[in-house]
Design a protein around this ligand. Structure first.
Ligand SMILES: Cc1cc2nc3c(=O)[nH]c(=O)nc-3n(C[C@H](O)[C@H](O)[C@H](O)COP(=O)(O)O)c2cc1C
Length: 440
């Protein structure tokens, strides 16, 4: 279960734990993430001021009608399981009413933290109250609040049993030593810290958060030199030095730089093989309408090019992405596909961008007003410098085999592609004068 601030339990799938104050916004948020997570857990246990002030978290415990409305709305309208997490109320009768109300909304499970809203982690967790509530419910209960009694893997099950629950949610015990989930027993904290630093470096996690997490792990060993030095550390290099991870930092930094250099060098220009065996050339190109005269567009320019070269006109296949309604277009010209890296706000923008990519490869003018600088210029000059002369990237005219000109070859800009056999049929009335000359 991935919670915005902390890893509270390890599931193979991601469940989002989130706060909300009313059914309408809860549903709006749930709909946005419904396709990306396996379950939605509504947090009715957070005692922090920001949650309470916003009417979220534990503030909901005093508003049973709102709880009912939020949960029933979600259960009815989302396609994935909905669960919720509560803290205890001071009065047992109120607890019983609350959990029954929650169960009746149709939620798939209920998480119970055995402390009151105003209690802090130093207060004992009321496992026996969780057990009494579990006994009267028929939905699965997830017991929470037991980190202090979980020092070994086997303690997880002891905690679960003492609460009569079907599973357990763990926050701090996992924060203190992630290897608490190892059935052979936890690893020494210092080893875990080193492994953690590797993950933090691989993920490019910021220094401040990395330091905070290490200090959480070292909490009971803060008298040790590494702990004290970590507390004083001012940057990632120093932190890695303390933990003997400087070589790993160097390796990650070098790999990242090499990757960045590669991206900078080619500015994201790529040639990919598609599932159907065709090639697709992709460039981070955009269509900026203001750069073009009213009556001219890249699509029009490309169409004119196909007419001049007697080839089948381009086919624009545009996909709409459901989550943000953005568009991406793949323009197919003579069995080669051209696309922009970017998703655009409209189908037109996506199609025009794909046409510019095609025209760039064909070395054709895309119709832009003269002397107008564009953000596309860097990409186009990378194309010209790095790719244009490479035969595998060049567009081979006559590749479609659909219009009677399939064997006639002339590369863009009137250059003949060296790699292609030129078997022009001069008798073909559609053949251009320039191609006839090349073949004769
Ligand atoms: C760093 C941290 C962040 C937390 N963030 C949340 C949160 O966003 N929402 C929530 O419901 N509980 C949050 N909790 C509380 C835990 O989910 C859990 O209820 C509490 O820590 C008691 O369980 P434990 O004994 O296993 O730590 C957080 C706990 C910690 C330590």
């Amino acid at each position: 279960m991935l919670n915005f601030g902390v890893l509270t339990a390890l599931f193979l799938e991601v469940c989002i734990l989130t706060g909300t104050a009313n059914a309408k916004t809860a549903l709006k948020a749930a709909k946005k993430i419904e396709q990306d997570v396996s379950a939605i857990d509504i947090n009715m246990g957070c005692p922090k001021e920001f949650s309470l002030k916003g009417g979220m978290g534990a503030a909901l415990l005093k508003k049973p009608e709102t709880i009912k409305e939020i949960l029933t709305t979600l259960v009815k309208n989302v396609s994935i399981p909905v669960t919720c997490k509560i803290r205890l109320l001071p009065d047992m009768e109120d607890n019983i009413k609350l959990v029954q109300l929650i169960q009746d909304t149709g939620v798939s499970a209920l998480g119970i933290h055995g402390r009151l809203t105003e209690e802090r982690p130093r207060h004992p967790n009321r496992n026996h109250i969780i057990k009494s509530l579990t006994d009267i419910l028929h939905i699965p209960v997830i017991a929470n609040g037991g980190s202090k009694e979980i020092l070994h893997y086997s303690d997880i099950d002891k905690f679960r049993e003492s609460c009569g629950a079907s599973s357990v949610m763990i926050a701090r015990a996992a924060e203190w030593n992630t290897s608490i989930f190892r059935s052979d027993g936890p690893l020494p904290v210092k080893d875990v810290v080193k492994e953690y630093i590797k993950v933090a470096l691989d993920m490019d996690n910021g220094f401040v958060n990395t330091k905070y997490c290490i200090l959480m792990m070292m909490r009971s060993d803060m008298d040790q030199q590494e702990g004290l030095d970590t507390q004083d550390s001012k940057g990632l290099e120093e932190l890695c030095d303390i933990w003997g991870m400087s070589d790993y930092l160097k390796k990650v930094t070098m790999e990242r730089k090499a990757k960045q250099d590669q991206v900078d060098k080619y500015l994201g220009v790529k040639r990919r093989k598609l599932e159907d065996g065709k090639y697709c050339i992709e460039m981070p190109i955009r269509f900026y309408k203001k750069d073009y005269p009213v009556s001219i567009s890249p699509k029009l320019k490309l169409y004119e090019w196909t007419k001049r070269n007697h080839v089948v006109k381009p086919n624009y296949l545009t996909t709409e992405r459901t989550q943000d309604r953005c568009f991406k277009c793949v323009m197919e010209l003579e069995n080669v596909c051209y696309t922009s890296t970017f998703w655009e706000k409209s189908k037109q923008l996506a199609e025009q961008a794909a046409a510019i990519v095609g025209l760039t490869v064909l070395n054709e003018d895309d119709g832009r007003k003269p002397d107008i600088e564009s953000a596309n210029d860097d990409v186009i000059s990378v194309w010209r410098r790095e790719f244009q002369d490479d035969t595998i990237y060049r567009h081979k005219v006559g590749n479609s085999g659909k219009d009677g000109n399939s064997n006639m070859v002339a590369s863009s800009g009137d250059k003949v592609d060296d790699n292609k056999t030129v078997t022009c049929d001069i008798s073909n009335e559609n053949c251009t004068e320039s191609n006839k000359k090349k073949c004769s």
